[in-house]
Design a protein around this ligand. Structure first.
Ligand SMILES: Nc1ncnc2c1ncn2[C@@H]1O[C@H](COP(=O)(O)OP(=O)(O)OP(=O)(O)O)[C@@H](O)[C@H]1O
Length: 306
């Protein structure tokens, strides 16, 4: 099957600065990729290259099998929807007018304008001028604009910035529905906790290079980070950690009622059994390493190596 995006050995140089340094990345139809990385890691540059807005210094770029800067690429623009990081609109126009304007540019139907206003929760404010919109409302209008023309690929740069918790939840629901419909999505975000349940794979960029790429399970296996188990109970005695002095375990008394145990992922069941059998423990919570801790791990590794 033709990949939605195929980047091979992509380099982008600005004078002496290497914004991207040999990036290989393939995204399948219907796949949601979280593109993560520190400020200046190369995320926006990657998106602009996929959009055909900037040329690569080296390497090859294919979007649904085509070079996005080749002749005739304009006719395929509606395949891709883009929400830039700082979205700006004509302030004097209403939300509906803005969306209608972009619909004409993308040759999308008027019906889509109304449906999208509804979908992003802006129907009631559609006739208000954009200059009266809050940050979150502008962001929703930006999302609607990106979805015009029913794109097969969506590039979303910090899409949840400015959205309140409910709007963020609705946004991720929309992402899940689009994925079901076979749309490929690149989601750039610094807000990692919300992202992890909605992506198929994460790509962690650092200094224009791919530091890690894979599903959360793959990244967890590669990182081998410990599992953190929190026990609640009676930990008045400061030496209570002594009963968890197994090799590879690290116990930390948080306070008189909470204890944290870091164990290798392979020791999960035996550690849980031990805690369940412990007379002073009356509740347990545990979570596998989060996307945030994986990101910190891989980014930290790269900094040590450089
Ligand atoms: N037009 C340009 N001219 C010179 N340098 C540029 C240009 N655009 C980007 N860069 C540099 O390329 C590198 C990658 O920038 P990019 O915008 O892709 O990072 P990013 O990962 O999107 O960062 P952020 O999270 O801050 O948005 C940075 O060092 C940036 O300063």
């Amino acid at each position: 099957m033709t990949a939605a995006i195929e980047l091979t050995g992509v380099c982008k140089r600005y004078g002496k600065l290497g914004a991207l340094n040999g990036l290989d990345l393939r995204i399948e139809p219907g796949e949601v990729l979280g593109l993560l990385g520190h400020n200046g890691a190369g995320k926006t540059t990657t998106m602009k290259i996929v959009l055909g807005l900037i040329a690569v210094s080296e390497g090859s770029v294919r979007v649904f099998g085509h070079d996005p800067r080749a002749r005739g690429a304009g006719g395929r623009r509606h395949w891709v929807g883009y929400l830039p990081e700082s979205v700006t609109f004509y302030e004097q126009l209403s939300g509906r007018e803005v969306l209608s304007y972009f619909a004409r540019l993308k040759r999308a139907s008027r019906t889509q304008v109304e449906l999208l206003l509804e979908r992003v929760g802006l129907s009631a404010a559609a006739d208000r001028r954009v200059k009266t919109y809050s940050k979150g409302m502008r962001q929703r209008l930006g999302l609607a604009q990106a979805l015009l023309g029913r794109p097969r690929l969506l590039l979303l740069d910090e899409p949840t910035v400015g959205l309140d918790p409910l709007a963020t939840q609705q946004f991720y629901q929309m992402i899940d529905e689009l994925r079901e419909d076979g749309v490929s999505i690149i989601l750039c975000s610094h807000v990692l906790p919300g992202v992890e349940r909605h992506i198929d794979r994460a790509a962690i960029l650092g200094g224009g290079r791919l530091l890690a790429l894979g599903s959360l399970e793959t990244l967890r296996e590669q990182a081998g980070l410990p599992l953190l188990i929190q026990a609640r109970g009676d930990f008045q005695q400061t030496d209570c950690v002594a009963s968890f002095a197994e090799p590879g375990y690290q116990a930390r008394r948080i306070d008189a009622h909470r204890l944290e145990l870091a164990v290798p992922a392979t020791a999960k069941l035996s550690a849980l059994r031990q805690l369940l059998d412990h007379p002073k423990v009356n509740d347990l919570t545990f979570e596998p390493p989060s996307l945030e801790s994986l990101y910190t791990y891989f980014d930290g590794l790269a900094r040590v190596d450089s």
